[in-house]
Design a protein around this ligand. Structure first.
Ligand code: CO
Length: 179
């Protein structure tokens, strides 16, 4: 029986760690992905990466559940080998509850990965599937979508500070004016 795993949430530092390559393709790996899928479904997710349940291994499960139908995918050691186009989409993350942000990603990607038996495979993904895969691969590299956003916000903040600096550099208003 698959079990529900504990979700690690932002700002747990574990979510910023880089996950290790999977080398052991034993039955434990299959059991773990079943637990991941159960955890994902129970939390109404469409994707989950191992670090989100505290395991720093390059394992991803995805099921877009289009038309309410379950079609689970398991990706071991996934790697983007080609990408094209851009797409923006409002994303959410099980590790950052109640937060959504618009993120820009590649619209089409080709991903090399291994299946549960260790066999190498290649998949072309587009639109939501591509977005989800990129989001999950980011998790394996310790990147949360809020990290991408905070960089944007940092640059906004920097520009804001520049403006303040400019104002401060302007000649001071004389204090002795009388009206
Ligand atoms: Co996420």
């Amino acid at each position: 029986m698959a079990k529900t795993l504990k979700l690690y949430t932002y700002p747990d530092p574990l979510l910023n760690e880089i996950s290790e390559t999977v080398v052991d393709f034993s039955n434990d790996l299959k059991k773990f992905t079943e637990d991941m899928l159960k955890t994902m479904y129970e939390n109404n997710g469409i994707g989950l990466a191992a670090p989100q349940v505290g395991i720093l291994k390059r394992v991803i499960v995805i099921d877009l559940q289009e038309d309410g139908k379950r079609e689970p995918f398991v990706f071991i050691n996934p790697e983007i080998i080609e990408k094209s186009g851009t797409i923006t989409f409002e994303e959410g993350c099980l590790s950052v509850p109640q937060y959504r942000e618009i993120v820009k990603r590649s619209e089409n990607i080709t991903v090399k990965y291994q299946d549960l038996s260790g066999e190498e495979k290649v998949i072309n993904a587009t639109k939501l599937f591509a977005i989800c895969l990129q989001h999950e691969i980011d998790h394996l590299n310790g990147i949360l979508f809020v990290d991408k956003i905070s960089q944007l916000k940092k640059s906004f903040l920097k520009n804001g500070l520049k403006r303040i600096v400019k104002i401060r550099k302007a000649p001071p208003i004389p204090q002795n004016l009388v009206y």
